[in-house]
Structures are given as structure tokens and as C-alpha cells.
Design a protein around this ligand. Structure first.
Ligand code: KIV
Length: 282
């Protein structure tokens, strides 16, 4: 069911889950209310990704993102949306220690933001945690393949699934998270044939990013597709607009007009009756 033809109310977790092998799930990241307002009618799923650390805060990785940051941005996205299912990332260090720690973090995020579920990075090693959360009322999106929170152990942001052993590992991770009860899985930066195979071999929707068109849905970072984040553009990003350049041009025009006193004009001032003549304001 597309975002534009469905009934009123938010798309639910079971509705996303039911999209396996059906109409592709449209997902984008959102971090703020105004952006969520723009994306909401077109997206099935809005992800408040911890990529916000890099995209919004200029950090070099996602590792320093905190739970409080995720909650504040999660609330902002909930305020700006009424159609999409909203999922918030669990940041690094807030869930890996134990399933109990994961439950405490995830339940706080659900309670304080009103979002529908959480996403966490990890495969077979986090299957117990995913089962613990999903059996206790916390819907989980898993995230396998390239896992940005593991940038240090992976030695950089490197594509995954190259070679038989690596491909078998990503496939095993996919099966483990599906078996554990995740309602969907993000497959990032993974060799196309591996992502395609995963999609045919598990029964939950795969959401690809740098993966395969065969996935059950796609996600990208919104600022990347809009050309607003130019520090680094991964191979898998397609730019649909160049808003960064438009912003620069608009700000340049504003700065010129302020410096040359072309702005503000009388139209932007209060109490002006005739050009250049001020009326007393009561
Ligand atoms: O943090 C994020 O935004 C993500 C998506 C890019 C999948 O994990």
C-alpha cells in the first residue's frame, strides 16, 4: 500500500513487515520537524538515523552520538509527521553491553519520542538482544553489512560481502536477525548478489542502501539525495537535487542586499505609509 493511497493514520510496524516481496518500502532519514513535514507524505518509513552526528553535527563518525540527541531529534520528527512509521537509531554504546541495557535505552526512546521502533547495528551477535526486545514490545529493525558504528573494527567504511566467507557471514547475520524477530533489516554497503540472495532467503523486508534493487525497500540519507551534505558522497548515493548550491546562492544574495542596503525594503518594515515616510506605530 503506497503512502498516498492508504487510510489515515501512521503506517504500522505490521504493515511494514507485510511488505515482504510486495510494493517496495520507501525510506529516508529525517532529523528535524521541517524536513519530516516534507518527507512524510512520500515515505513509508522515516529513520531518525545516528548519521545525524555527521550530517547535522559535523562529527567524523557516528560514535559520539548520545541517547539524548536521538530522543530530541526523534521528537522533532514525530512532530513533523503523521503518515510514516518512524524508527529511531540506538546510538553506539547504548545497547551492545547487554540485552537489559538495550531494553532500557529502547524503552526510553519509545516512551519519550512516541516512535514505533528502534534500529540497531549487528547481526548474529545481537540476535539475543533483538529477541529480548521484540518479545517485550519493542519492534526492531536490524542493520547488517556495512555497520558505521563498527568503523574502527572494520578499518573504515568498507563494502561487505566480498568473497565466499564474507558473503556467508552477511547471509548468516541476515538469517539470525530475521529468526530473532526483527521486523525488517537494513542491508548496507553489501555486494549486490549477496543482498539479492539475502532478500530471497529471509522472510522479513530487506531495506537496501548500497545493496540491491532487489531489496524490499531502499533507504538513503536525505541530505545526500538533496545535495546538502558534500563532505563525502558514497558511491551508492544518487543526487536528485543540488540544494547546497541553491542555499549558497540565496545566502550570497541576502548578504549582498544587506551590505548595499537593498534589504529590507518598505514592504518588510512596519508602519511605513509612503516610501521613505514612517507612520507612528501605536
Ligand atoms: O544512521 C543512518 O542514517 C542509517 C541509514 C543510512 C541506514 O543507518
Amino acid at each position: 500500500m503506497s503512502a498516498t493511497t492508504r487510510k489515515q493514520g501512521r503506517i504500522t510496524v505490521p504493515e511494514i513487515r507485510a511488505r515482504k516481496g510486495a510494493e517496495p518500502v520507501v525510506c529516508l532519514t529525517a532529523y528535524t520537524t521541517p524536513m519530516a513535514q516534507r518527507l512524510d507524505e512520500h515515505c513509508d518509513l522515516l529513520l531518525v538515523g545516528d548519521s545525524l552526528g555527521m550530517v547535522v553535527y559535523g562529527m567524523e563518525s557516528t560514535l559520539a552520538v548520545t541517547v539524548d540527541m536521538m530522543i530530541n531529534h526523534g521528537k522533532a520528527v514525530m512532530r513533523g509527521s503523521s503518515n510514516a512509521c518512524v524508527v529511531v537509531d540506538l546510538p553506539f554504546g547504548s545497547y551492545q553491553e547487554s540485552k537489559e541495557q538495550a531494553f532500557r535505552t529502547a524503552s526510553r526512546i519509545l516512551a519519550e519520542t512516541g516512535c514505533a521502533g528502534v534500529k540497531l547495528e549487528g547481526g548474529a551477535e545481537l540476535a539475543d538482544t533483538i529477541a529480548f526486545l521484540s518479545q517485550r514490545g519493542i519492534p526492531v529493525v536490524a542493520h547488517i553489512g556495512l555497520m558505521p558504528q563498527q568503523v574502527n573494527t572494520m578499518g573504515g567504511f568498507k563494502s561487505q560481502g566480498r568473497g565466499d566467507d564474507a558473503a556467508a557471514k552477511v547471509l548468516a547475520d541476515a538469517k539470525a536477525v530475521a529468526q530473532a524477530g526483527a521486523f525488517s533489516v537494513v542491508v548496507e554497503g553489501t555486494v549486490e548478489a549477496v543482498a539479492r540472495r539475502i532478500t530471497t532467503e529471509i522472510d522479513i523486508p530487506t531495506i537496501g542502501i548500497g545493496a540491491s534493487v532487489a531489496c524490499d525497500g531502499q533507504v538513503l540519507v536525505t541530505e545526500d539525495i538533496l545535495g546538502m551534505f558534500s563532505d563525502f558522497t558514497p558511491k551508492f548515493v544518487k543526487r536528485y537535487a543540488n540544494l547546497g548550491d541553491q542555499i549558497s546562492k540565496a545566502v550570497e544574495s541576502y548578504a549582498t542586499e544587506v551590505r548595499t542596503r537593498q534589504f529590507p525594503t518598505d514592504d518588510h518594515c512596519f508602519g511605513v505609509t509612503k516610501p521613505g515616510k514612517l507612520r507612528a506605530v501605536k
